[in-house]
Each structure stands twice: as structure tokens, then as C-alpha cells.
Design a protein around this ligand. Structure first.
Ligand code: ATP
Ligand code: MG
Length: 559
């Protein structure tokens, strides 16, 4: 399926570069740091990079930015690959790691030292910060800034050999301590970190910083357009400076605004905290804004891609409504999800004039939006379940569903009329007694009389039981990170983000449902089989309700 793209400044810049001959091919990259799972913000960056590559007949590399072994783990690498594949993108044989370039980066660093453009500095991290100055005050040069090339080379080699302790020395670029751009005030290129790396083991005890590793990795891979988020805009002069000093292939860095979503936190650091504090079960908890959480919840790759395409890219920071994402989920599931009948809060209905022991197999449409989905048989019998709130003994005004004396349609079955109810000793209704009209089989009366509502139902004898998990937003406030004095994001958590209901009744066609299968429970919502399901018990996650709030919110935003 092709997605129509709007014109945007990223694509326009690329077109211009090709036209002017700055590049004659396009190669983008997606550069995750394997220190957590990917979230919906990353999905935006993934779609952008891979789709641009495709549109321009180019390539997109996957590059793990694995320069900080204190936070990075193999399990994150595996999860990231799985998520990108699931979204429908393919990096082919271009699975790269910044750590692949550690030798080359070291060589480049020596080159800069030899050019007098880098030096070893003994200031502590705190001192470096103090000496850097502020936006209004120039920095103060480090007392180690004027070391000779020979001394710098010797010290840097000794740093690499492990002669110095963590934090005691760094390698810094020698640029301009009075630059209005703080990033150019002699930024750190290497720090000492005596820590084993998942891929390079104990080979290194100095590790490159992001700024030093990133641009050079882009250059080594022949990247043409290095698309990143806005916070790197001020780093671009540094990105360009390193590459110019080294005289190597020069990609263009282009910055776009990161995706923010209402009611959602996106930072991996905070998502990790939610996991560690057991506020959610894991990174793939269906309430998490991670790609794996959304997959488990029942979101489809197509829905996420359509969303990413619709929000587009811009240079201005903004926050997208969570309901807009849900809108694309509904739109896609409406086309794809088979319809079934499931009763979440069952109450028993006995059809007194329906023969005992008879089972009728009634024909039901699998998906009215997709005729190729066909039909199935649903068993009907004397005792069925309907939704508890589809019955009211004392109906409120405009309640058109079942009440004593009223007639409703049972989907695909018959008209039934409620005659009486049976209560337990506490006065709770335990059975609803009805009669049915055999003339109305299939759902229409020969005398054309109308009923005001159609209910879903499940035959009691044939029902399978399931657990259903109803999710709500994880946070109560639009911006969970905005908190009052002395509070933090944990104070904004929604205590009711998960409600579990047991003993839901499902039509028997669901007996063979597998984890990640998605259905529309008619009149209720979209539901996805959870991986916690066993052969004894199915577990469903509510993906999203049926009601689309987006139009309402959109008009509120416009007015
Ligand atoms: P976070 O701050 O959410 O933890 P990050 O930027 O540290 O994320 P990386 O693994 O470094 O995470 O990100 C990989 C790529 O994804 C980067 O190019 C980054 O710009 C992009 N990216 C990260 N978050 C977003 C977002 N919210 N919207 C768009 N792109 C994003
Ligand atoms: Mg990052």
C-alpha cells in the first residue's frame, strides 16, 4: 500500500540537494540508542527515514548508537529490530553499530590531535562545566588547552591503554571557548569508562561521545541526509566542524520537531522508571507508548504508519492529541477486524417459548466492510447472555433497549420481548425471561414492525469464557511531566488505567483465537488476544472503543 505524502521541508531539501548535485543518491539512517524500547516518537522517525529512502530510490540504514555501555543492552537491540520489522521496514544487510567504527573514530581523533585541533584535558566533569561559561558569559580556556601535540598524543594513547581512571581525563576538540554556541566551546570527544561493551568487550576503556561518534558514523556510511530531532539543531555547527576538519564525506543534518502526544510520556528514562517501579508490567504493557506495547494492545503497523504520515514533519514543537492516533487505529481496524459477539458483563436471558434442547446455527457477517471476509455460523439456543447494561428494569428516558414489556432485536437472530425478571434474595436481577417471535428469524418482522435497538448476545451453553482487560490512559493530565511544586510525574498517574473483568462470554468461533489476533466485539470495541492467553483461558486487551472522539476534539481545537 502506498501512502500519499505531503510536501514537507525535509523532502524539499533532499530534492534540492539532488537537483543541485550536492548528492546523486539518497541514504538515510535510523540511529537508536539501545537503552530502552522504541516508542511512538521513534516510530515517527522510522517512518520518515525509511519512507524517504524508498521515495527517492535510496537506502535507509539501521545504526545502533551504542557508545555508552553503562546503559545499553542486547535485549534492547533485539526488541528494536523486532519493532522496526513489525512496522514493515527493512534495513536489508545494513545493520550497523557505532561500535563498528571505534577503530576508525580513534584514528580520526589522532588526526585531529596531530592537526592541533584536539587536546587531552584533566579538568573534572564539574570543572569543565564551570569553565564552559553561559549563554551570556564566554567560557574560560582550560589550563590544559595548550599542551603540545606530542604530549596530547602520548596522553591520549595512554588513556586508551587504560593508564588513567574513569573521569580523570577527557579528549576535547579545540574550537572556540568564546563561541556564542556552547556546543563549540571545546566539546568532549572521549571519556574514560572502564566498562565492558556488549559488542567490543574489554577492548576499549575510552568511549566516544554522541557528538563525536554520530557525524563521523554518518560519514563513514555515506549517509546523505542525517535526519534528527530539533534539540540537535545547535549541535549542527559541531557536526559540520568535525567533518570539515577531517575532510571526509559530508552528510547534511536536517532537524525536525519531535512528536509529543497528549497524556503520554515519551522519554525512555521515564518509561524505564515506570517498568522498574512496576507501575506497568513491562516495556510491552499495553498501556505503554512503546511500539511493543501498542502491538500487544492491538494497534496495527498500518495504523501507526498512517498516523505518522498524517502528522507530517515540521520545524515547530507541537503536541498531537492522543485521540488522533486512536482515530487511525479505528480506521484501520474497521476495515480489517472480523466482527464477533462477546458479552463483557453478562446477564442471563431465558427465552420461555423457545424449544428446549434445540440449537440453531445462525448466519453472521464477518465484516460488513469486507465482503471477502465471508460469513460464519453462530449457535442460538433457549438460554443466552446479553450485556447487563442493555437491560433496565426502570428505564430512564430515551432508553430503547430491553425492559419489561419492550421488544428488541437479537443480532442475526430474532425479536425478543421481555416478560418478567427473577431476582435473588437481595433484589438483584439474576434472570430475564423473554418470549421470541419465530416469524422474525434473521432479524426482520414480516409485518414490518420496528424495534428500536439490536443487542448482541451469546448462547449460554456454547459460550467460552475469557478475561478482558480494559485500558485507559496511563496519565490523567495532558502533559504528565507538568507538575505542581514538589510533585513529579508519578502524581499524575491514572489509578484506574487498568480494569480487569473476568468471566466474559464469547461466541464459540473465538475458541481458536491466537495471541495478537484482533476482533471487533460488536457494539463494544476492538479487542486483541493477549499473549497471556492459555489453552484454558483466553485473555483479551481492549485496543480501543468504537466511539471516535477525534472529530469532537478536532472541532474544539479549531473553535
Ligand atoms: P528519548 O529522549 O525519548 O529517550 P532518544 O532521542 O534519546 O529518545 P534515540 O534512541 O537516541 O532516543 O532516538 C533514535 C532516533 O529517534 C533519533 O534520531 C531521535 O531523534 C528520534 N526520536 C526520538 N524521540 C523522538 C520523538 N519523540 N519524535 C520523533 N523522533 C524521535
Ligand atoms: Mg538519544
Amino acid at each position: 500500500m502506498t501512502i500519499e505524502h505531503k510536501k514537507d521541508f525535509v523532502r524539499e531539501t533532499i530534492k534540492k540537494d539532488l537537483k543541485e548535485g550536492k548528492f546523486n543518491y539518497v541514504n538515510t539512517r535510523f540511529p537508536p540508542e539501545p537503552n530502552g524500547y522504541l516508542h511512538i516518537g521513534h516510530a515517527k522517525a522510522i517512518c520518515l527515514n525509511f519512507e524517504i529512502a524508498k521515495e527517492f530510490n535510496g537506502k535507509c540504514n539501521l545504526r545502533f548508537d551504542d557508545t555508552n555501555p553503562t546503559k545499553e543492552e542486547q535485549k534492547y537491540i533485539d526488541a528494536i529490530k523486532e519493532d522496526i520489522k513489525w512496522l514493515g521496514f527493512d534495513w536489508e544487510d545494513r545493520e550497523y553499530y557505532a561500535s563498528n567504527y571505534f577503530d576508525k573514530l580513534y584514528e580520526y581523533a589522532e588526526l585531529l590531535i596531530k592537526k592541533g585541533k584536539a587536546y587531552v584535558c584533566d579538568l573534572s566533569p564539574e570543572q569543565i562545566k564551570q569553565y564552559r561559561g553561559t549563554l551570556t558569559e564566554p567560557g574560560v580556556p582550560s589550563p590544559y588547552r595548550d599542551r603540545t601535540i606530542e604530549e596530547n598524543l602520548k596522553l591520549f594513547r595512554e588513556m586508551k591503554q587504560g593508564l588513567y581512571s574513569d573521569g580523570s581525563k577527557v579528549l576535547r576538540a579545540k574550537i572556540d571557548m568564546s563561541s556564542p554556541n556552547l556546543n563549540l566551546r571545546d566539546p568532549v570527544m572521549y571519556r574514560i569508562l572502564k566498562k565492558s561493551h556488549p559488542r567490543t568487550g574489554n577492548k576499549w576503556c575510552i568511549y566516544p561521545t554522541y557528538d563525536w561518534a554520530h557525524g563521523q558514523s554518518d560519514s563513514i556510511e555515506g549517509i546523505t541526509h542525517s535526519i534528527c530531532t530539533l534539540e540537535f539543531e545547535d549541535h549542527r555547527p559541531l557536526y559540520d566542524w568535525f567533518i570539515e576538519q577531517l575532510g571526509i564525506h559530508h552528510p547534511r543534518q536536517i532537524e525536525f520537531a519531535r512528536l509529543n502526544l497528549t497524556y503520554t510520556v515519551m522519554s525512555k528514562r521515564i518509561l524505564l522508571e515506570l517498568v522498574k517501579r512496576k507501575i506497568v508490567k513491562d516495556w510491552d504493557d499495553p498501556r505503554m507508548p512503546t511500539i511493543s506495547g501498542m502491538r500487544r494492545r492491538g494497534y496495527t503497523p498500518q495504523a501507526i504508519r498512517n498516523f505518522a504520515s498524517a502528522i507530517g514533519v515540521s520545524k515547530a514543537d507541537n503536541t498531537v492529541e492522543f485521540e488522533y492516533l486512536e482515530h487511525f487505529v479505528r480506521e484501520d481496524l474497521n476495515k480489517k477486524a472480523p466482527r464477533v459477539m462477546a458479552v463483557l458483563n453478562p446477564i442471563k436471558v431465558i427465552i420461555d417459548n423457545y424449544p428446549e434442547g434445540i440449537v440453531e446455527e445462525l448466519e453472521a457477517v464477518n465484516n460488513p466492510e469486507d465482503s471477502s471476509a465471508g460469513k460464519r455460523k453462530v449457535p442460538f439456543s433457549k438460554v443466552i447472555y446479553i450485556e447487563n447494561d442493555d437491560f433496565m428494569e426502570k428505564p430512564m428516558p430515551k432508553f430503547y433497549r430491553l425492559t419489561v414489556g419492550s421488544e428488541v432485536r437479537l443480532r442475526y437472530a430474532y425479536f425478543i420481548k421481555c416478560e418478567s425478571v427473577v431476582k435473588d434474595k437481595n433484589g438483584n436481577i439474576v434472570e430475564i425471561h423473554c418470549t421470541y417471535d419465530p416469524q422474525t428469524k434473521g432479524g426482520d418482522a414480516p409485518d414490518r414492525r420496528k424495534v428500536k435497538s439490536t443487542l448482541h448476545w451469546v448462547s449460554a451453553k456454547h459460550a467460552i469464557e475469557a478475561e478482558v482487560r480494559l485500558f485507559d490512559k496511563l496519565f490523567l493530565t495532558e502533559n504528565p511531566l507538568k507538575t505542581g511544586e514538589g510533585k513529579n510525574f508519578l502524581d499524575n498517574l491514572n489509578p484506574d488505567s487498568l480494569k480487569i473483568i473476568y468471566n466474559c462470554k464469547l461466541e464459540p468461533s473465538l475458541a481458536n483465537a491466537k495471541p495478537f489476533d484482533i476482533f471487533q466485539f460488536e457494539r463494544v470495541g476492538y479487542f486483541c488476544v493477549d499473549k497471556d492467553s492459555t489453552s484454558e483461558k483466553l485473555v483479551f486487551n481492549r485496543t480501543v472503543t468504537l466511539k471516535d472522539d477525534w472529530q469532537k476534539i478536532k472541532s474544539k481545537l479549531i473553535n
